[in-house]
Ligand binder design. Sequence first.
Ligand code: NAD
Length: 462
Amino acid sequence: MDCIETFESELNELRNTFNSGITKQESWRRSQLKALLSLLEEKEDDIFKALQQDLGKHRVESFRDEVGPLIKSVNYALNGLKRWMSSKKADLPIAAFPASAELVPEPLGVALVISSWNFPFGVSLEPLVGAIAAGNTVVLKPSELAPASSSVLANTIHTYLDNKAIKVIQGGPSIGQKLLQQKWDKIFFTGSANVARIVMTAAAVNLTPVTVELGGKCPAIVDSLSSSWDKEIAMKRILSAKFGTCAGQACIAIDHILVEKKFSATLVKLLKASILSMFGENPKETNSIGRIINNNHFSRLRKLLDEPGVKASIVHGGSLDEDALFMEPTLLVDPPLKSGVMIEEIFGPLLPIITVEKIEDSIEIIKSRPRALAIYAFTNNETFKKKLVSETSSGSVIFNDAIIQYVADSLPFGGVGECGFGRYHGKFSFDVFSHEKAVARRSFLIDFWFRYPPWNDKKLQL
Ligand code: NAD
């Protein structure tokens, strides 16, 4: 569905499909999830090609970060579906005896999913899994900035899934705006805080519930790990979560590192050695680092480097090739804390390392900044771990790894504060597209006369 003019009739079709009740049937939900699984398996090559074209992602990275986690999520939903759809018993106060009560999950209705470009399949289809499992009809609007991926989604979804219930509409901000003028029962948005404000303003008109999955600056605290094995693994995980995941263009990528001053020179040495073994002498020639999405983002990143005091802080990398949209993995030590690179979400392969006197100071720095989508800490210090969890607020805290929360069905994925609200993945995706209806059943057997007017003080004394 590419033409917005036909959209109102398409939306009516979605509403009629929802009202027909078909999407509430377990068999329909199951068939759609299975069809999505077939799409992912049969169109894997098209997906890999599109991700290569849009973002220069290697097929292994594309499988690790998009196709693989999606297949896992669909299977998880298929396994849990019956249980998730069933109602849960609830207790009622003794005054209601005899009675029974339950929570009955019901789909919200017609949902709009607007997604970003950096994981164009992941952030489009993960919400779709939840929306389908919960029995909604859906319009998906992928990002125009990943056009090859957007067109694979548009060309495949309508052939695999029920076209009367699930539609893809392609386009940029103007199409997004037109979509937002429609009445929805749920809006699920992944993207920037600025656009989230526009989404929420539009949603307010119809009191539509929204989930907004945004970004931010995710810090990684690196303690002076004692064993050389721990250090080696930590370096691999840090580099993979920065340069090896969409070239750092990920909402949960490590944005910057916090490290004790006395360990910083060693850390830089370790990181440089790991960069060499992961990406070779000439990272541009390797196909293991993705490309910057477009020239606008490339200029944005270059501007971050051009700010006063930032270039001087580069201790590794820094070379750029705009024609190839390539940026070398770049390490910076102590760039000015007031420079853009330490204020904006970096969203690219620049890794500032900020030194602190004591590891505990890193907690104060984190607390003084907007809340993060994720905080990472590489440490074996149990006291510090407890302190970090209890004293900071963030979407998640991960020790000794990064980004794994994205593939953990049992953990809610989502933000707090400026990095968004609402949570999904696993059963949480089902919940975010459902309303839990309270249903109570009473009997006529017992009744209490004092609960009804006419009022008199005798009724209070009981
Ligand atoms: P964006 O806000 O520019 O765009 C997101 C989507 O909104 C796109 O589909 C775009 O076409 C649409 N859009 C843009 N302007 C619109 C408007 N005026 N009205 C309606 N729709 C409009 O964000 P982006 O550049 O695509 O994504 C990058 C941001 O997304 C980063 O901040 C990143 O951290 C965040 N992100 C968050 C998650 C998460 O799960 N928390 C995942 C991926 C990306």
